[in-house]
Write a protein that binds this ligand. Sequence first.
Ligand code: ZN
Length: 301
Amino acid sequence: MNKRTNADIDPAPGRTLLAVFAHPDDETFGVGGTLALYSRKGVSVHLVCATLGEVGTVSNEKMRGFSTIAELRETELRCAAAHLGLASVHLLGYRDSGMPGTADNRHPNALMAAPLEEVTARITHLIRGLRPQVVLTFDPIGGYRHPDHITIHRATVEAFQAASDPDRYPDGLPAFRPDRLYLSTFSRPFMRVVVKGLELLGQDVHHSGRNADIDLADIASVNFPVHARVKIRSVAKVKATASECHSSQMDLTTSRLLGLLSRLGAGTETFTRAFPPPPPGLREADLFQGLDASYIQAGST
Ligand SMILES: [Zn+2]
């Protein structure tokens, strides 16, 4: 298998990556190293963020100077985007739906209450406008079963296909077919080590996270193959600085969990390749691997 490191990643100018996520902080805690790495390699890296994380719990101290959680979290997002080197941030303006079974699920502007076709149409429009070769989003369970993450996964998978079909969601822009779709996911053997580690630390692995609503043992049992491992050691400090921007979302439990994950993750962010279908045993180190410059030029004009 190809043993490329990120020293070998040398994208040609004109390369574009679009990351589609649900809340401020998804772009940093999950794939911040990958986004920072590619922006430093000259790739134009864009972000779609569907909500402003209005349901995140925030201490009174962090709210000082802000009138709403949305305002605070948008400021945190802009801070992280600047550190990661993002070329643009596109807010879809939905409201955070909260975790399953909460009253926020039924808010009229909640992302999970929006028609999926409407969310898909908006992402399709952005794909046609930005013309990325590579699109990134959540895995089918949204990492940890957050309903907004799952909605964005479904809408992005649909939009990835629809963008190249001029008859679907016509918006006046020419159809465009991105080359690749990747889903951010944790390697399951790695997750199982994390679960064991947390158990040894005396944590309840069925009720993790700041709101005790994440079942890590359950997540570790759902298998998603890892096809791409992006080494992010060279930008680990950038990811850490961008994470600090989201300080309203970092409490002791979160920082301990993130600390453990990043130490055990050995400076790698992992992805399942959803499109094109991966050949058996595929192991990539670069999301643009094999997309040569002339092909990209032909595809983006
Ligand atoms: Zn999120």
